[in-house]
Write a protein that binds this ligand. Structure first.
Ligand SMILES: Cc1cc2nc3c(=O)[nH]c(=O)nc-3n(C[C@H](O)[C@H](O)[C@H](O)COP(=O)(O)O)c2cc1C
Length: 267
């Protein structure tokens, strides 16, 4: 919002969460590359240190893009992009009705990160009120359900990506226990051409106490697939090792880490 009370709306992808308590968000307004001039958003936050940061989802992405057009100061991009203003509870600028999440914020610091064309200006914002569409919340727990919030990310140039359930995955947090680490992986595993950094990380995240015992390694030799490969390649040690590693890789991808360890230690 300008000093004169005119509303302004623009998309920002240089944006992040920096603190939970106090709740701090940041975004960066760059100066224009062509003439180093400042965008309306920067001039406005200096004049009225309050903003609303609205999070977009896939159904809104083309309207968001429209709001990035360089209309002259004083033109309200809500109107141009067909979005609806809702009065905020605690700050003067309104929020976007269509957005699934909106944070009303008070601007603390504005930090110039350079002075030439394209330099960023970091705007540090303290959240004073949050609005979240109920339909995207997790069931019975605090937080947003990534399966219900169709987030978009801006990539380079005109590229964006759309978050779909098939692209979501979880990565177990390593801090619940201490894994052995990459440095303690047996050399033939660590330097295998068939295992990627992701495969090795799953192995390295295994606690020492959970590594297979000699009896468990013996036992896995009787597993039908392992027994088949051992027998089929009994006269070719290198091929046998390769096929067992491929089986371990498949099991790692299926989350069967303990069995993968066993098969990698056979032979
Ligand atoms: C998806 C998207 C993300 C953008 N992210 C940023 C950004 O992080 N920082 C920035 O300065 N400009 C960014 N822009 C460009 C601004 O939105 C654009 O310069 C806008 O016209 C600025 O409006 P204003 O003059 O009303 O502040 C982005 C544009 C799009 C379409």
């Amino acid at each position: 919002m300008s000093a004169g009370g005119e509303v302004n709306l623009s998309p920002f992808s240089f944006f992040n969460v920096m603190s939970m308590s106090p709740p701090i968000l940041v975004f960066s307004v760059t100066s224009r590359g062509r003439d180093n001039s400042h965008k309306d958003t920067l001039q406005n936050v200096r004049a009225v240190p309050e903003v609303v940061i609205n999070l977009c989802d896939y159904p809104l992405v083309e309207q968001l893009s429209l709001a990035s057009a360089e209309y002259p100061a004083g033109v309200n991009e809500f109107t141009k992009a067909g979005l609806t203003e809702v009065p905020s509870d605690k700050v003067r600028p309104p929020r976007v009705a269509e957005c699934p999440v909106a944070f009303e914020c008070v601007v603390g610091q504005v930090m110039a990160l350079g002075d030439g064309p394209g330099h960023g200006n970091l705007v540090v914002c303290r959240v004073v009120q949050a609005h979240v569409r109920e339909a995207i919340l997790l069931d019975g727990r605090p937080g947003i359900d990534p399966l219900k919030y169709e987030a978009v990310s801006r990539l380079g140039g005109d590229w964006y990506s759309r978050l779909r359930p098939e692209n979501l995955f979880t990565v177990g947090r390593p801090n619940r226990h201490l894994g052995i680490g990459f440095d303690e992986l047996p050399t033939h595993i660590r330097h295998s051409d068939l295992l990627t950094g992701n495969h090795l990380a799953r192995l390295a995240n295994t606690e020492r106490a959970a590594l297979p015992s000699p009896a468990q390694i013996e036992e896995i030799k009787a597993e039908p697939m392992v027994a088949y490969l051992l027998n089929k390649h009994r006269n070719d040690a290198a091929e046998q090792q390769k096929q067992l590693t491929l089986l371990a890789r498949q099991w790692l991808e299926e989350g069967r880490v303990a069995e993968a360890w066993r098969v990698l230690l056979v032979g």
